[in-house]
Design a protein around this ligand. Structure first.
Ligand code: BTN
Length: 259
């Protein structure tokens, strides 16, 4: 993992890297010590024993085969803008994979898919430390996992880059590519308030737009058609009764359904 630095050409993002052989969760660590860390510091682990996903779910990451990293960010942004950082990260992972000739899709707002199966999840969390907003942005990627590394029920919806591409991918190079892309898109957002490229990628390579979707919000299940991803970062849904509403990513889980 020392070689990551060879692939990074950023000014802020990844200038400092904290590396752990094994950790409970890089996001948990970020929340614990992020207050003392410089903006742009990356926490990387070779293995997580308590990886966390969205909606209180777990995130499995066997040793040496995946990317588990957390970016420490201290942007001066509103709460709404902070939630848009997930889209910035999704677009960065998408662009990094494109550089490796891997054509992925983005499942709004926080999953990256390959051949309709999940290879990457993003978990953006916000904490306040000494009145300062601290964003811990966790990225988990199934890189070199083999079929036997997945529990059987997950193989239906999840996969790894190695399984799909048929060869091992360098984790160091992929991390470098992601951080390079992220810095450009992040600084454009923070400094110029521009999400132009992020929104273009989110729409153009969306796995949901134009499709029927199932939306789960707590105990509620709704069906509709995904019409657009708005500049606000919200998704526009046409529901079965004809009503059209924008939804933010907050507490919902969404997936494509065949109809
Ligand atoms: C999801 O798809 O629900 C989000 C998964 C996020 C996983 C990453 S791995 C690095 C960071 N540390 C964690 O515990 N979770 C995130």
């Amino acid at each position: 993992m020392e070689r990551i630095k060879d692939y990074i050409n950023t000014k802020i993002i990844g200038k400092n890297i904290l590396y752990f052989d094994s950790i409970d969760s890089t996001n948990l660590k970020g929340k614990e010590i992020g207050g003392q860390l410089e903006e742009g510091t990356i926490i990387i682990a070779d293995e997580q024993t308590l990886g966390r996903g969205r909606m209180g779910r777990g995130w499995a990451s066997p040793k040496g085969k995946s990317i588990c990293m957390t970016l420490i960010l201290k942007p001066n942004l509103s709460l709404e803008d902070i939630s848009r950082l997930t889209l910035v990260a999704s677009a960065s992972v998408f662009k990094a994979l494109e550089k490796l000739d891997i054509q992925a899709q983005i499942k709004w707002p926080n999953d990256i898919l390959l051949n309709n199966k999940k290879i990457c999840g993003i978990l953006t969390e916000l904490v306040e430390v000494d009145k300062e907003k601290l964003v811990v942005l966790g990225i988990g990627i199934n890189v070199n996992l083999d079929m036997e590394d997945f529990p059987e029920d997950l193989l239906e919806s999840g996969t790894s880059l190695k399984i799909e591409v048929g060869k091992e991918i360098s984790r160091e190079e992929l991390i470098g590519l992601i951080l390079n892309e992220f810095e450009v898109l992040y600084l454009d957002f923070v400094n110029n308030k521009s999400l132009r490229e992020v929104m273009k990628i989110s729409r153009e390579y969306s796995s949901l737009l134009g499709h029927y979707v199932k939306i789960i919000r707590g105990d509620n299940i709704l069906y509709g058609k995904a019409l657009d991803i708005l500049d606000s970062g919200e998704i526009l849904i046409e529901f079965e009764d004809g009503g059209i509403k924008e939804l933010n990513s907050g507490e919902i889980s969404i997936r494509k359904v065949d109809m």
